[in-house]
Design a protein around this ligand. Sequence first.
Ligand code: DAH
Length: 346
Amino acid sequence: MPAVDKLNNLYRQAEKAVDKAVDKEQIEQIRVKYLGRKGEITSILRGLSDLDPKERPAVGKLANELKNKLEAAINDKLKSLKAKPPAIEALDVSLPGKKPNYGKKHLVTQIIDEAIQIFLGLGYRVAEGPEVETDFYNFTALNTPEDHPARSLQDTFYIRGLTDPDREGEPVLLRTHTSPVQIRVMEKQKPPIYILAPGKAYRRDVADPSHVPMFHQIEGLAIDKKITFGDLRGTLEIFVKELFGEDRAIRMRPHYFPFTEPSAEVDVSCGLCKGSGCRLCSGTGWLEILGCGMVDPNVLKYGGIDSDMYTGFAFGMGVERVAVLKYGLDDIRMLYDNDQRFLEQF
Ligand code: DAH
């Protein structure tokens, strides 16, 4: 076989071997076999002087070229073997694991869940109503006069073009409180009624440190024979102490709500200064947390309940406000910025 053909064959074999090699040892064997001192390509270069002088230049040139080419192929292969260590070395079972980033309940949901647990323990059940409400359930049935400021366009989101299918011409709106759930429950259920109704409410407020246009309330309603103001006070005392801590006190101040008579606002003693007065409680020692009262007989009538036979109490509490007071938040809007660094602290 002419030396040139022999060289080309050798090179092809060597190239295939390099390609198949899986480690440094195999590569070294190939190098010795073809390019070592007694290697097959080396031998051809050494034996040039034995060749026909006419063949010599071409064979010499080709042998050098293939020698260089094979060296380059060997170096490339060594590099790629280094870059890709065998799989067994890549798996270090002693390394610490990567912990997945898991979510948690939003603070507002946590407070609602806590309130539900407390009232389930007192024999209440959870009720719900629509967020898109009618003027009747949100205002009229709650004894709210036609000229009450809450009914104004400035305070309430009315839904343009939608009217109550049951009361021709009356507007549909986003409920401004969870109190309409009281009426919806009374219509469906005869006393005794003991319900807790958590949910969203909407008001046309511009967001600022203490207002957001969508917020949450927890409504409570108890209707039974011989329900008294003492029952209301006792129930709220248990609730507030469970929610804020045994060491906290409550006080009730007379107030006015259209749907209760008498009505009161409830304060909890300030947890930051323990009642001596500080920035959080504006120096009063008390924090206002909810509104309540004895259900007005007119409201019972709207709900189809005999107000001679039954009495009841109701209350409504702002959930975001409880979050602000419980954790001393500076700005209610932080609850809705969805910054995980803030939310994951609770
Ligand atoms: N609905 C009232 C509000 O949004 C809160 C409230 C006050 C609810 C007294 C009640 C209640 O059930 O009896 O400000």
